[in-house]
Design a protein around this ligand. Structure first.
Ligand code: DOR
Length: 431
């Protein structure tokens, strides 16, 4: 069935478009975009075109999350590929890249192929596997990059853990660059962060919880920037959480180095003050930081230092979170709240619409070399329709994700994805 999306405001940063227009989808592709397509579509072949009226809505290129944890294989009680991709489309994401820290780790072709097969069976969002940098993400031996690339990985990361060995990271960056695979670095010096439960600062002191200093992240950001410069390769810094990291990345970009970066909605929405509740849903790695860090993250988003807003969707089960703070797993189930939290950046004037959409679609596509992130004629019909006025309340019981671990449960939101189209097919319909 061909679809005509009629009367919405269309924002496509790639084409520099921000205007009311219609879009015609045919055979899984964007056939035409322009004013008044409705008339010709009606007269031509009205029976074969489903017309969807979208006055007051905003259409953007399908959102892409470059940092999702799907827990299959091995940890299906937290998330399956089917439940994770259902959460993705419900949150407005048409494509997700999934981190390799499953059980077993995605460190070889057979796991990559398994993930792709399961994603094809689920047939919801596009799933792009990320392969591990080191075998079992143990940090000592590189995986077979080429083999995994042939099987379908689009990037490499040991996310969840840092690559502590600088020599291994150097080789990883060199080999990955020659294969056109980006390295996504989880920046954490575990000698500095070891045993820490939350941000080191005022609140860790009064709560008596051991701290993770900002420098645990920043020392590794600095190291990876240096390795990227030394090897003349590129690196993408995952989940940036501190003012110091923003400063280092800003300087690196000014010097023309090939460094890109992402942050996640919780790092510009929450501070470590929230930990006073001892609610383990606020426990995440890197940890929630200070108000000054949050301000710096917003500045980094606004001035282009931070290229991407990623969910770092990290679903966990009740038994992982409903335990003493010390033993609780790190992570936030983010796919179904990310867009609405990010829309706050528009209302608080941190970003405008095209810049926000660039960070949630165009830039992840560019960094991961995906042929996505635009509404140009001929592109895949991956589309997110947003109702910017819709008011709703986060209720984890309604999440498609198995991970109900959200610190945003009960929060009032404005703005939501109401229609998610992948390859020309409606995969989520909240109209
Ligand atoms: O909070 C986190 N959760 N940070 C990570 O780096 C890993 C992730 C997970 O896999 O749960």
């Amino acid at each position: 069935m061909n679809i005509l999306l009629n009367g919405a405001r269309i924002i496509d940063p790639v084409q520099n478009t921000d205007a009311p227009m219609d879009i015609l989808l045919e055979d899984g592709k964007i056939a035409r975009i322009g004013a008044d397509i409705l008339k010709s579509a009606k007269s031509k072949d009205s029976g074969k075109v489903k017309i969807i009226e979208l006055a007051g809505m905003i259409i953007v290129p399908g959102l892409i999350d470059m940092h999702t944890h799907l827990r299959e294989p091995g940890l299906e009680y937290k998330e399956t590929i089917a439940s994770g991709t259902a959460a993705a489309v419900a949150g407005g994401f048409t494509s997700i890249a999934c981190m390799p820290n499953t059980n077993p780790i995605n460190d070889n072709r057979s796991i990559t192929e398994f993930i792709k097969r399961k994603a094809a069976e689920a047939a919801l969002a596009n799933v792009y596997p990320i392969g591990a940098i080191s075998k079992d993400s143990a940090g000592s031996q590189l995986t077979e990059f080429w083999d995994m690339k042939e099987a379908g990985i689009i990037a490499l990361s040991d996310d969840g853990k840092p690559v502590m060995n600088a020599a291994l990271m150097r080789r990883a960056m060199e080999y990955a660059y020659s294969l056109g695979l980006p390295i996504i670095s989880h920046c954490e010096d575990t000698n500095l962060s070891g045993g820490g439960l939350m941000n080191e600062g005022y609140y860790s002191t009064i709560l008596g919880l051991s701290g993770i200093p900002g420098i645990a992240e920043e020392a590794m950001v600095a190291r990876d920037i240096l390795i990227a410069e030394f090897t003349n390769t590129c690196v993408h810094i995952a989940h940036v959480s501190t003012a110091g990291s923003v400063r280092l990345i800003r300087q690196a970009k000014k010097r023309g180095l090939k460094v890109t970066a992402e942050t996640a909605p919780h790092y510009f929405t929450l501070t470590d003050e929230a930990l006073q509740s001892y609610d383990t849903n606020f426990k995440v790695n890197p940890p929630l930081r200070s108000a000054q860090d949050v301000a710096a993250i917003k500045e980094g988003l606004s001035d282009g230092t931070i290229d991407v807003i990623a969910c770092d969707h990290a679903p966990h089960g009740r038994t992982d979170k409903e335990v003493e703070f010390e033993y609780a797993a790190n992570g936030i189930s983010g796919l179904e709240t990310s867009l609405s939290l990010s829309l706050n950046l528009i209302s608080n004037k941190t970003l405008n619409w095209p810049d926000l959409i660039a960070k949630m679609s165009v830039n992840p596509a560019r960094i991961l070399n995906l042929p996505k992130g635009t509404l140009e004629a001929g592109a895949d019909a991956d589309i997110t329709v947003i109702d910017p006025q819709l008011k709703w309340t986060v209720d984890v019981k309604k999440f498609c994700s198995r991970g109900k671990n959200s610190p945003f449960h009960g929060r009032q939101m404005q703005g939501k994805a109401i229609l998610t189209i992948v390859g020309g097919d409606i995969k989520y319909d909240g109209l």
